[in-house]
Write a protein that binds this ligand. Structure first.
Ligand SMILES: Nc1ncnc2c1ncn2[C@@H]1O[C@H](COP(=O)(O)OP(=O)(O)OP(=O)(O)O)[C@@H](O)[C@H]1O
Ligand SMILES: [Mg+2]
Length: 240
């Protein structure tokens, strides 16, 4: 019920924005305190304490990631996410993104490779958003690929479009799950509890689809259970 004189009811995206905003500050502060402790600034820590703090930090990072995704989701649903399209080099962007995953890949024993032709990769895109697309796809590929596997990012130019492929030889996706792959909160096996969802929230591919479509491009996948997956997307090329 509306109370006369009371502030107007909040729209869903405004509510998410408010909650996210309120969550951010304590999350950032907690992250800071944990890092401070881990640097042993307030005294030495034993390996078990370090381990516990590391788990706490991972949980905080997961929450931060979730808050960012929820915020994007609410803005995208409300059509309020604005894009800044400009000419930028897709090859440079890909190499930069792969660099940020080097450590995680090495730790997991997965080879990260890229096949990007020199030149010919000027795109018309919102660089920050396409970075998010690449991060989501590479992150997934690494997450679902076991030690000894390979994740490979390639680019082709054809008919005014740049096609990017992120290929892995990991778990693959079963045909039954394919139709809901790009839906919100969809995860194969429908894990439900917070602990079981430790590997993510199921928002990444929905965000990928929205960003690619906002560029006028397409996103599609080829996958086979036990063999691997190839996620492909297109963005418009730009004549330099
Ligand atoms: N490269 C891949 N190999 C195998 N399965 C995949 C791959 N990429 C995505 N999936 C399947 O699709 C689901 C949805 O992926 P999506 O990126 O949307 O969510 P998530 O990775 O689970 O969580 P989030 O990205 O929000 O942290 C995954 O949980 C997984 O079941
Ligand atoms: Mg993901």
């Amino acid at each position: 019920m509306m109370i006369p004189g009371a502030p107007q009811e909040l729209k869903k995206d405004e509510m998410v924005q408010l909650v996210s905003h309120e969550l951010r500050a304590p999350l950032n502060a907690t992250e800071g305190y944990i890092k401070f402790l881990m640097q042993c600034e307030s005294g030495p820590l034993n390996p078990e304490q370090m381990d516990l703090l590391n788990t706490a930090l991972n949980n905080i990072n997961r929450l931060e990631h979730f808050v960012t995704d929820m915020l994007d989701l609410a803005k995208m649903e409300a059509g309020r996410l604005s894009y800044r399209f400009a000419q930028a080099d897709l090859g440079t962007l890909i190499r930069g993104v792969l660099e940020t995953f080097r450590f995680a890949a090495a730790e997991k024993g997965v080879r990260l490779a890229c096949d990007v032709p020199a030149g010919l990769t000027q795109a018309r895109m919102d660089e920050g958003r396409v970075r998010q697309v690449l991060e989501n796809l590479v992150n997934n590929a690494l997450k679902f690929t076991d030690e000894g596997g390979t994740v490979m990012v390639s680019v082709w130019e054809y008919c005014g479009w740049l096609k990017v492929s992120v290929a892995d030889n990991g778990a693959g996706i079963s045909p039954e799950f394919m139709p809901e792959l790009f839906e919100r909160f969809s995860q194969e096996g429908a894990r439900r509890t917070w602990n079981e969802r430790a590997k993510g929230s199921g928002l990444g591919l929905w965000i990928v689809k929205n960003v690619v479509h906002a560029h006028g491009g397409n996103v599609w996948v080829q996958s086979e259970r036990g063999v691997g997956s190839i996620f492909n997307f297109t963005v418009p090329a730009s004549q330099a």
